[in-house]
Design a protein around this ligand. Structure first.
Ligand code: BTN
Length: 262
């Protein structure tokens, strides 16, 4: 590790697990950093890497994640996950974590846009990039989360200005990002415990409460470069979305993206 880039390394009690937490001044992407240093990192699992800025912050589907210095929270959590059958619930508990963290720091309510986005009044405030490394006997999970905290509308690049929002744009106040991290870390491991105890209905009911889609709402669904027009019906007990195609056929998906009906 380049010592100039390291701001601090400490242990955080997540309420059950002791997490090794590393704060960097700068990196390419906290997910990449964790992946590159995986051999040493796994010995310290669970770990959390946060960075004041990312020069190549990554979003889902090869998109970029806007990561200006001290404007957002950029964090990746690395941990072992022993339940392959529950992998699709991992992104849902990450979404709940982000929504609850934002609720704590702003006092407002946030919605989940299945499977990975957090919205405020239809605008995106946080996103999740989960990367799993599947080994013979266990899964190594890297859960990257980004929250827009201190941006003003004019700070966002042109292509995000209409669709993105930050905590500061909601409350009018800027925040010290370091004060947000402990909330996020504790909430994430609390929900990971819920998942490990297999309390699936607690997770699904929370997702249903936070979900931004109305039953019957027209949407466009994208998966593997294919798109279908459908109506949103529900989130099922396994965390999949149930859609009704224009033919009337019901279909369930566990990954993909939803857009409003054009
Ligand atoms: C998305 O909504 O497209 C996912 C965004 C995920 C951004 C976070 S910021 C911390 C971590 N490091 C990255 O490069 N990406 C994730």
């Amino acid at each position: 590790m380049n010592p100039k880039k390291l701001i601090e390394k400490k242990k955080i009690d997540t309420g059950g697990h002791i997490l090794t937490f590393i704060r960097l001044d700068s990196c390419d992407s906290t997910n990449n950093y964790l992946r590159r240093n995986l051999t040493t990192m796994v010995n310290q699992f669970p770990v959390g890497i946060s960075s004041r800025t990312q020069v190549r912050g990554r979003g889902r589907n090869d998109r970029k994640w806007f990561s200006a210095r001290d404007q957002g929270l950029y964090i990746s959590l690395g941990f072992f996950f022993n339940e392959p059958q529950h992998l699709n619930l991992l992104s849902l508990i990450a979404g709940i974590t982000l929504s609850e963290t934002l609720n704590r720091i702003t006092g407002r309510e946030f919605n989940l846009k299945w499977p990975n986005d957090v919205l405020y009044q239809g605008k995106k405030i946080a996103g999740i990039l989960i990367e799993n490394i599947i080994k013979k006997d266990r899964i190594i999970s890297i859960c990257g989360m980004g929250i827009n905290i201190n941006q003003l509308r004019s700070d966002f690049p042109d292509d995000l200005r209409e669709s993105a929002i930050s905590a500061r744009m909601i409350t009018g106040q800027s925040l010290d990002i370091q004060t947000v991290e402990p909330h996020l870390i504790r909430l994430f491991f609390k929900w990971l415990d819920v998942l490990e105890r297999e309390e699936k209905s607690t997770i699904i009911n929370t997702v249903i409460r936070m979900n931004c889609y109305e039953r019957g709402e027209k949407i466009t669904f994208h998966q593997n470069r294919k798109s279908i027009k459908a109506r949103f019906l529900e989130i099922n007990p396994e965390g999949g979305i149930v859609l009704e195609k224009t033919t009337g056929e019901k279909v369930v998906f566990f990954s993909g993206e939803i857009d409003p009906f054009p």
